[in-house]
Design a protein around this ligand. Structure first.
Ligand code: NAG
Ligand code: NAG
Ligand code: NAG
Ligand code: NAG
Ligand code: NAG
Ligand code: NAG
Length: 669
């Protein structure tokens, strides 16, 4: 029998070829190097001087559907590198429960960048700031109430150690030396502007990063260009870089980097292209000329630069952070970046590209165009049920009973809403002050008595509200977590009722606390086994004299018109006459809307969540006041438009210096 012999020989040849290819591949891989040259003050890539011109993109703020489009636009602007953070809380939502697939597939994102010919700078945390809930730290860390975040508190370090033991081994094969695109890895973020100034913590991180990633990778830190920040934020073994925007004296800023790093490449890790927003303040924009002239100077210095942001994106669902004194960031993270929130090419994009091409050859080929938008028009919604009516569906496990209020973390609900219920201990037929003497409503409470809306308590702003009701009436506070503080000393931000409430002189007790599983309820269309929940009080009782309606869900459908090719397309949802709430389309949580406060008036709706085969369902949770009558006669309208709208805009000559203004402890420096 000849055949087996031939097969064996063929197999042997194939195997030999495979081994040879692997050996050559490995030899090639081992030739890939990325390092710092301290004599020539530059990076060396494969032994040759290399300067990066990078842009920030957060994969967690751009739908996966659009990753390639945005990355390609970045490449066509002349960037050779991208920067991304990795938010720990996105990937480990519960202790030991990890998410790395779909929208969370950071490895796929990094490989995609590589396929397009881009290098990657990884800002691996564990803390990232990023105007992201709690700066990327998981809220469950606060289960130990006394924990000192970003320090060598042993419980904090144990959690960090476990996390890095999951993340960094995934990143190791993606390092440049190992055949991937990651050239450098940032440890922590702007650590020097945090109060702990704990070198043991930085040393711990350095050891763990080295242990998982090896000795050859360039590890670095980033701090504001101030001497004190660089002192507390840098550590031997981690290359110190600075961040600053236009309007800053570049010579002075790089001289400060030189104090920490007398030699090596000059690096501005965050050169601001625009600025962030807060609810209740105008939308920030920064003049293009300021950005381009400063960028031109930085590049003329021969420095490495990362444009923060190159594309901002969206804080979908509940992911926005906040600054102190408490001010939450809106859903849009447009940032006035060269690519808009929806990924569109702007005048700033072309101006930045013009500067870059004075220093680097631009890639050949067309720039992908802005994605088309479609105005699907007005959609009528119907009121489905109030939060109280839907309580069985929203909280199927029933309430937790407690003498005094518990925080979100204590009831293991980290995002969204918790309903706190008790009864009025005495008659309040005269208006009686319901107060939070220690400013303990984090962050907003929508108050009702026997399903009559009473008003809103708001962290820092409204700490007392007069209510009326009879003894024994049900007092409900639907408390919204508006996003955890992401920067500075106060990012240990507990949510819910974090201190006692008083009615007149008395502390309220005997609470029933309902953690609301809003996402699950939306996915089951707010229909429980018992139909519409316990709907024993309906509109007849909502005879409030105030301007508030009970927090309630509204739903409606719209269909994508047939006969128009290239639909569905992206759109923006607008809320004429609505006040504040949360919106989902086909169960996808688009984020918070708050036209009553602005500046953001529309929410970005990416096309990949829309369907052509069936009607698309819009679900709105309006918390304060819907524009339609309780008689159900006035239609409740939302509108799908083809442009984003901001109510007020402020144009800065140069981005503000957050580092000196936003952290109250700095006042005492
Ligand atoms: C090494 O890689 C380069 C480019 O990646 C390729 O052109 C070259 O042929 C490879 N060398 C060997 C020996 O495989
Ligand atoms: C910028 O800083 C350098 C170094 O501190 C200083 O010599 C120079 O005068 C500054 N330039 C301006 C315009 O302030
Ligand atoms: C509550 O009502 C009392 C008595 O009517 C009034 O004096 C007080 O100003 C009210 N407080 C608030 C916060 O509205
Ligand atoms: C509420 O008040 C009680 C009695 O003074 C106190 O023991 C408790 O710690 C307080 N709870 C909160 C959450 O502030
Ligand atoms: C309701 O809102 C209108 C306009 O916003 C305001 O003038 C009025 O005082 C409000 N009424 C109450 C009871 O808050
Ligand atoms: C929306 O469409 C779905 C089916 O696609 C249907 O089940 C539902 O009843 C519709 N809702 C409204 C409010 O029209």
């Amino acid at each position: 029998m000849e055949t087996p012999g031939v097969l064996v020989r063929i197999l042997f040849l194939l195997l030999a070829q495979l081994l040879l290819a692997t050996a050559l591949g490995l030899r090639n891989v081992s030739q890939r190097t990325f390092e710092i040259n301290y004599n020539q003050n530059c990076f060396l890539k494969d032994g040759h001087p290399f300067r990066y011109i990078s842009g920030s993109i957060h994969y967690f703020r751009v739908p996966r559907f659009y990753w390639k489009d945005r990355l390609l636009k970045m490449k066509m602007a002349g960037l050779n590198t991208i920067h991304t953070y990795v938010p720990w809380n996105l990937h480990e939502p519960l202790p030991g429960k990890y998410q790395f697939s779909g929208e969370q597939d950071v490895e796929h994102f990094i490989r995609l960048a590589q396929e397009l010919g881009l290098l990657v700078i990884l800002r691996a945390g564990p803390y990232v700031c990023a105007e992201w809930d709690m700066g990327g730290l998981p809220a469950w860390l606060l289960e130990k109430e006394s924990i000192i975040l970003r320090s060598s508190d042993p419980d904090y370090l144990a959690a960090v150690d476990k996390w890095l033991g999951v993340l960094l081994p995934k990143m190791k094969p993606l390092l440049y030396q190992n055949g991937g695109p990651i050239i450098t890895v940032q440890v922590e973020n702007e650590y020097g502007s945090y109060f702990t100034c704990d070198y043991d913590y930085l040393r711990f991180l350095e050891k763990r990063f080295r242990y998982h990633l090896g000795d050859s990778v360039v590890l670095f830190t980033t701090d504001g260009a101030y001497e004190k920040f660089l002192q507390c934020g840098s550590l031997q073994g981690l290359f110190a870089t600075v961040d600053f925007g236009s309007g800053v004296n570049i010579t002075a800023a790089f001289l400060l980097q030189r104090k920490s790093e007398p030699k090596g490449p000059l690096v501005n890790s965050e050169f601001y292209t625009g600025w962030l927003d807060h609810w209740g303040q105008p939308h920030s924009t920064v003049k293009t000329e300021a950005v381009t002239s400063s960028l031109q100077n930085i590049l003329a210095w021969g420095a490495n630069v990362n444009l923060y942001m190159f594309v901002g994106g969206t804080n979908f669902a509940y992911w926005n952070g906040a600054n102190t004194p408490y001010a939450a960031q809106p859903t849009s993270y447009d940032y006035d970046a060269p690519l808009s929130e929806a990924g569109d090419l702007t005048e700033k994009y072309f101006a930045v590209r013009d500067v870059i091409q004075k220093f680097e050859k631009l890639p050949e080929g067309p720039i992908p165009p802005s994605t088309p938008k479609f105005a699907y028009g007005k959609v009528g919604l119907k009121k489905l049920n109030t939060v109280e009516e839907a309580l069985d569906i929203l909280c199927p496990s029933g309430p937790i009973k407690s003498l005094y209020p518990l925080t979100f973390v204590q009831v293991k609900q980290y995002f969204g809403f918790v309903l706190y219920r008790t009864t009025l201990p005495k008659d309040c037929s005269d208006p009686t002050p319901l107060s939070t003497p220690l400013n303990g409503v984090h962050d907003r409470a929508y108050v009702s008595v026997d399903q009559v809306p009473q008003g809103v308590l708001e962290r820092n702003n409204v700490v007392t509200l007069n209510i009326t009701g009879r003894a024994g009436a049900t007092l409900d506070l639907l408390v919204e977590n508006m996003g955890r503080v992401n920067y500075g000393r106060y990012n240990k931000d507990f949510k819910g009722l974090v201190s006692n409430l008083t009615l007149g002189p008395d502390i309220l007790t005997d609470w029933m606390i309902f953690p609301l599983k809003t996402e699950d309820a939306i996915h089951s269309h707010l229909q429980g086994r018992g139909g519409h929940g316990r709907g024993h009080h309906v509109e007849t009782l909502a005879r409030s004299s105030s301007n508030y309606t009970l927090p309630a869900f509204y739903v409606g459908n719209f269909s994508i018109p047939s006969g128009i090719p290239q639909l569905p397309q992206d759109t923006f949802i607008q809320f004429p006459g609505w006040t504040k709430g949360q919106v989902w389309i086909n169960g996808f949580n688009l984020g918070r809307y708050w036209p009553a406060r602005g500046p953001q008036m529309t929410l970005f709706v990416p096309q990949h969540i829309l369907m052509t085969s069936a009607p698309n369902t819009i679900t709105v949770l309006e918390l304060e006041h819907a524009p339609c009558g309780s008689d159900g006669l006035d239609p409740c309208l939302v509108e799908l438009v083809d442009k984003p709208v901001f109510s007020t805009t402020l144009t800065y000559d140069h981005p503000p210096t957050k580092l000196l203004t936003q952290d109250p402890w700095l006042d005492h420096m």
